[in-house]
Design a protein around this ligand. Structure first.
Ligand code: HEM
Length: 395
């Protein structure tokens, strides 16, 4: 008898859980039991996962009593005012308020600043090493500094974000009491930030959101605080996790690293392919069907919960032959930033961050190498994503 307890253990080096590959072949839509004891349907084929992400009949709003849940208590899923947990018109209303700050054009305008931040961080790495822990010195630092510039927050204040974000995404690594303390501090900080911007308005992203409330009455105060907090949560661990996974995969595929050191023109394609092979998450978010929905592999009934991991979609051999092999320029473009109504708001900025950080790293340390075999690297498994605890390198 198979064990239906979800989530399943990862493969080596935090790769796709082997159970995904097994089930995709034998039963692409299967029943699992979440850590809350709720039943859910697990979909693993690319076209099913894509359909779930795009179809508005699947809702991220899990607030109704009795709705299935993924984890017993998790700050990410428990906040009904969080963009990611909203559905329908309310969700569209909030996205419209911040959409103009996240266009491809705006992301390109950030590119030189992102590169400057990466170079500054690497100045410090170079001065203090070798060796160095790139997780602490680059991967965690870069996105926090970028979001600080965007929101109009001094760098010193950003230093507190990492702990708060970890508490927000934690599902088992911290006690509920610890998470609640961190959440209280985080909310208190954002409320204070909003107060500061009300007293001394500027033209940062926080001012844009405050204006939408004070001048145009387009969102509530609770939504305002959640939106600012959500931008800090959404843009930090995802980038930190992805950047370190990209470096790890490239250093384990030395030929590809060396090719990119010589010629950077394939770097954008490499980033997309690296995210397909090794995206930050193994699980994905839970959605609930608001009515019966026909997917390519079968029917999901109204009220049923669905789990649609992006890493499973990215390893579907019917869409990506030899899915573990890195092949630049594969089509279709993968789903690593999601699709449909909750498509990653920060996708263009995230791409700029990953491309610039990797490029800065290749310029600075073309001979970069790991100081330990990849299989000895430590992973942190207490959160939604599984992150490297450290990425030790020398040059
Ligand atoms: C490599 C880095 C990143 C990856 C892989 C990533 C991935 C994703 C994915 C897959 C989703 C959709 C989840 C779902 O529908 O189930 C998402 C949503 C989101 N992302 Fe990202 N993301 C990244 C960086 C960022 C950045 C830099 C920001 C912003 C500063 C950001 C902000 C958000 C927000 C706010 C949402 C929720 C959107 C909504 O619910 O409407 N992300 N991200």
């Amino acid at each position: 008898m198979t064990d239906d307890r979800f989530p399943f253990p990862d493969g080596p080096l935090s790769t796709q859980p082997p159970e995904y590959a097994r089930r995709r072949e034998t039963c692409p839509m299967s029943d699992v039991t979440t850590p809350t004891g709720d039943p859910a349907v697990l979909v693993l084929k690319y076209h099913d996962v894509e359909a779930v992400m795009r179809d508005r009949r699947f809702s991220r709003d899990l607030s109704a009593p009795g709705t299935p849940r993924l984890f017993p208590s998790n700050l990410l899923s428990d906040d009904p005012d969080f963009l990611m947990n909203m559905h329908g018109e309310d969700h569209r209303r909030l996205r419209r308020i911040v959409a103009s700050a996240f266009t491809p054009r705006r992301a390109e305008q950030w590119r030189p600043e992102v590169r400057r931040i990466a170079d500054d961080l690497l100045d410090r790495v170079e001065a203090e090493g070798p060796p160095a822990d790139l997780m602490a010195a680059l991967s965690y630092q870069l996105p926090v500094r970028v979001i600080c510039r965007q929101l109009g927050v001094p760098d010193e204040e950003g230093d507190k974000f990492q702990g708060w974000v970890a508490a927000f995404l934690s599902v088992s690594g911290m006690s509920m009491a610890e998470r609640e303390v961190a959440a209280g501090e985080f909310t208190g900080y954002v409320e204070e930030l909003v107060r500061r911007h009300r007293t001394a308005p500027g033209d940062d992203l926080v001012d844009q959101i405050v204006n939408a409330r004070d001048e145009e009455d387009r969102l509530t105060e609770a939504e305002l605080v959640s939106l600012v907090r959500g931008l800090i949560v959404g843009g930090n661990e995802t980038v930190a996790n992805s950047l370190s996974r990209c470096v790890l995969t490239l250093l384990s595929h030395r030929g590809l690293w060396d090719d990119l050191v010589r010629d950077r023109s394939d770097l954008p394609a490499a980033v997309e392919e690296l995210l397909r092979v090794n995206p930050p998450g193994r699980i994905g978010l839970l959605r609930v069907a608001t009515e019966d929905v026909e997917l390519p592999s079968g029917t999901v009934r109204a009220g049923q919960a669905v789990i649609s991991p992006l890493i499973a979609a990215g390893h579907d051999p019917e869409v990506f032959p030899e899915p573990d092999r890195i092949v630049l320029g594969r089509e279709p473009q993968t789903l690593q930033f999601g699709a449909g109504p909750h498509f990653c708001l920060g996708v263009h900025l995230a791409r700029v961050e990953l491309q610039e950080a990797l490029s800065a790293l290749m310029d600075r340390f073309p001979g970069l190498e790991l100081t330990a075999p990849p299989e000895d690297l430590p992973w942190n498994r207490g959160g939604y994503g599984i992150t490297l605890s450290s990425l030790p390198v020398r040059w």
